[in-house]
Design a protein around this ligand. Structure first.
Ligand code: OAD
Length: 327
C-alpha cells in the first residue's frame, strides 16, 4: 500500500508511526558521519578534493591517474600493483579507528531509535566503512549491511587471510609513512605489509575497492528486503556509486522515498524533487543530517530517548542536541 507523501518532518513522523508503514530500510553515506569529524568523499574538503597524489609512494603514471581521477586511489587496479597509496591515504583513519576516535552521530542514533521504538527497521545499508552504525548496540548485527566493508578488520586482498587488527595497526604505524604530517614517530618511507599466509604485500582493511565485488550479503538482503518495502530513507550520500545506489530504483513504485541530504541527489536515478500529484513518492528533507534527524526525532517524540545517549555522541552532535534542549 502506498503511504501518503509527507509535506514536512511532522507529517513524515506520522507516516513512520502509522500502522500502514510496516517496513523501513535506510541507505546511508559519508554525510551521516560528518558530524563525528570524518570528512565525506566528494564535497569540497572531502577525501577526493584534498588528495595529494604527489605525496604518495606511487609511480609517475599512477600519480597522473590519481590527478585525473582521485577515486583511482581506492581502486583494485592500483592496489594490486602498489599497496602504498591506499595505505598512506587511509593511515590516520585506520589508527583513529583503533583509538575509537569517532562516535556515532544523531543520524546513526536515529536508526537505532527507529529499531527500538517501532521494530520497523528492516535493514540499514551503509556505504560507510567507519563502523559508527555498529556502535549503536541496540541494533541487531544482522540488521546492518556494510555495503563497502569495514576499516576495523584487516585481511589480504590476494588470499583472503585475516590479520589481527591490532597487529595490522602496529605494522601500519611502523611501516606506512604519514603524508599528513601529524605523527612524528612515523617512518619517512613506506615499506610493505606482507600477508602472513601467502607472503604478498596485499594486506589492507577489509573495505571494498572499486573493481572488486560487494559482499554477497548486500545482494541477498536487497532481494529479501526490497519487494515489499514501504519506506526507504536515503541519507548523506551522493548516490553516484553503484550498485549501492540501485536501492532507490529497485524498490517498488509504491515505496515512499525520503532523501535527507544537504543537496539534491539521485535525479538521474529517478528521484523527483518537483513531482506533484498521486504518482509522486519522493520527499526531500534538505539540511545537515544530524539537524534533520534531530528534528525528526523530536517530531516522533523520542527526544528523551536520544538524550539518554547524549554522552556517547560526538561533540558537534552534543552541541546540536543541547541547543535543541534550550531552544
Ligand atoms: P559522497 O562524498 O560521495 O557524498 C556525500 C553526500 O552527502 C554529498 O551529497 C554531500 O553533499 C552530502 N553531505 C555531506 N555532509 C553532509 C551533512 N553533514 N549532512 C547532509 N548531507 C551531507 O559520499 P558517499 O555517497 O558515501 O566508496 O560515497 C559513496 C562511496 O564513494 C563511498 O562509500 C566510497 C566512495 O568512493 C568506495 O570507496 C568504494
Amino acid at each position: 500500500m502506498k503511504l501518503p507523501l509527507p509535506v514536512d518532518l511532522a507529517s513524515l513522523a506520522k507516516v513512520i508511526l502509522s500502522p500502514e508503514c510496516k517496513n523501513i530500510c535506510i541507505l546511508t553515506g559519508a554525510g551521516v558521519s560528518v558530524a563525528s569529524g570524518i570528512p565525506d568523499f566528494r564535497s569540497p574538503g572531502g577525501m577526493y578534493d584534498t588528495l595529494k597524489p604527489e605525496l604518495l609512494t606511487a609511480s609517475a603514471q599512477e600519480k597522473r591517474y590519481m590527478e585525473q581521477d582521485p577515486t583511482y586511489v581506492v581502486t583494485w587496479d592500483i592496489f594490486r600493483n602498489n599497496q602504498f597509496p591506499y595505505m598512506e591515504v587511509r593511515r590516520p583513519f585506520i589508527l583513529g579507528t583503533r583509538n575509537h576516535q569517532w562516535k556515532a552521530t544523531i543520524a546513526n542514533r536515529f536508526a537505532e531509535l527507529l529499531h527500538t521504538k517501532t521494530g520497523k527497521l528492516r535493514r540499514i545499508y551503509t556505504q560507510n566503512i567507519d563502523g559508527l552504525q555498529r556502535q549503536c548496540q541496540d541494533i541487531p548485527d544482522e540488521t546492518i549491511v556494510n555495503v563497502h566493508g569495514t576499516i576495523s578488520k584487516a585481511g589480504c586482498e590476494h588470499c583472503g587471510h585475516d590479520m589481527d587488527f591490532d597487529e595490522f595497526c602496529n605494522q601500519v604505524q611502523t611501516k606506512i609513512k604519514d603524508i599528513y604530517g601529524v605523527d612524528e614517530k612515523a617512518p619517512s618511507e613506506s615499506t610493505p605489509i606482507f600477508c602472513e599466509e601467502c607472503g604478498k604485500a596485499m594486506v589492507k582493511p577489509k573495505t571494498v575497492l572499486f573493481g572488486r565485488s560487494l559482499p554477497s550479503e548486500f545482494f541477498e538482503c536487497c532481494e529479501r528486503d526490497l519487494p515489499d518495502l514501504d519506506l526507504l530513507i536515503v541519507a548523506g550520500t551522493s548516490l553516484v556509486v553503484s550498485p549501492a545506489n540501485s536501492l532507490v530504483y529497485k524498490v517498488p513504485d509504491t515505496t515512499l522515498r525520503v532523501v535527507v541530504n544537504n543537496e539534491p541527489v539521485g535525479m538521474e536515478l529517478g528521484i523527483d524533487y518537483n513531482g506533484k500529484g498521486p504518482g509522486c513518492r519522493d520527499f526531500y528533507a534538505q539540511g545537515q543530517c544530524d539537524a534533520v534527524f534531530l528534528n525528526l526525532i523530536q517530531e516522533l517524540g523520542w527526544l528523551e530517548d536520544l538524550k539518554q545517549k547524549r554522552d556517547e555522541l560526538p561533540p558537534a552532535s552534543i552541541q546540536l542536541l543541547d541547543s535543541a534542549n534550550s531552544g
